[in-house]
Design a protein around this ligand. Structure first.
Ligand code: ACK
Length: 217
């Protein structure tokens, strides 16, 4: 393997500053606790293998909280080198941005936060970010760039974190087709999308300062 290829990271992304990680984790815990207490949720427990579930235990935390922009797989992923050489990427490397976490969602596979990117942040979003998963979510290509942006908060046993962005795109595709009625909660508007998919649009987005950088592993 040529040296220049091995110098590419596993992925690029925004890494939440440690001071805000706890805030985001406790917002997620609050969401799971609220959800568990709702009859609507209890009526759909079949989605989660029918067991009585303790959501806090059902999901396990993965890596330090971050929002992936480009998964490079050490240069093996398509477009990895081009992304690394993009002037916007080079210029922003190491800078702190403020991410806006606008919704929290769960599925039987993952729990995550939706990140709503600004114009400036979208310059760091890869052109193929959504199209890449068209085989899983056929409607993905018709969603606006940045739709997949998320922070993985946890995954069910045996589930890889790449699933969180796919689950988010699936929910957004359903939302685009026809958003179900919302239940208004103190934290925001909660909607059920079938098959164990729930999304809470936060009344107050969580602002999370995050450093644009990369992870080598
Ligand atoms: O939670 P995530 O966004 O999902 O962060 C991790 C990170 O890269 C390290 O695994 C994400 N990831 C893994 N595979 C892919 C992929 N093929 N496309 C996009 N993101 C990916 C994973």
């Amino acid at each position: 393997v040529p040296l220049e290829d091995t110098s590419l990271p596993l992925y690029y992304g925004w890494f939440l500053l440690s001071s805000v990680q706890e805030k985001v984790k406790s917002a997620a815990m609050g969401f799971l606790k609220t959800l568990e207490s709702l009859d609507d949720f209890k009526n759909h427990l079949d989605d989660f293998a029918g067991k009585s579930v303790e959501l806090e235990q059902y999901f396990e935390a993965k890596a330090a909280l971050h929002c992936t922009t480009k998964f490079c797989n050490y240069g093996k992923a398509a477009g990895a080198k081009e992304y690394a050489q993009n002037p916007a990427v080079v210029k922003s490397y190491g800078s702190v941005f403020e991410l806006s976490l606008t919704a929290l969602f769960i599925t039987p596979r993952t729990v995550g936060a939706r990140v709503s990117l600004t114009e400036e942040q979208l310059h760091l979003w890869p052109a193929d970010g959504e199209k890449e998963v068209e085989s899983d979510v056929p409607a993905a290509a018709s969603l606006p760039p940045g739709s997949r942006a998320h922070v993985t908060l946890g995954c069910a046993e045996g589930v890889q974190s790449v699933q969180t962005g796919i689950d988010l795109l699936q929910i957004l595709a359903l939302q685009q087709a026809e958003a179900p009625a919302a239940k208004e909660l103190e934290l925001g508007s909660l909607r059920y999308y079938g098959e164990g998919r729930w999304m809470l649009e936060l009344k107050e987005p969580v602002r999370a300062p995050a450093c644009f950088s990369s992870f080598y592993g």
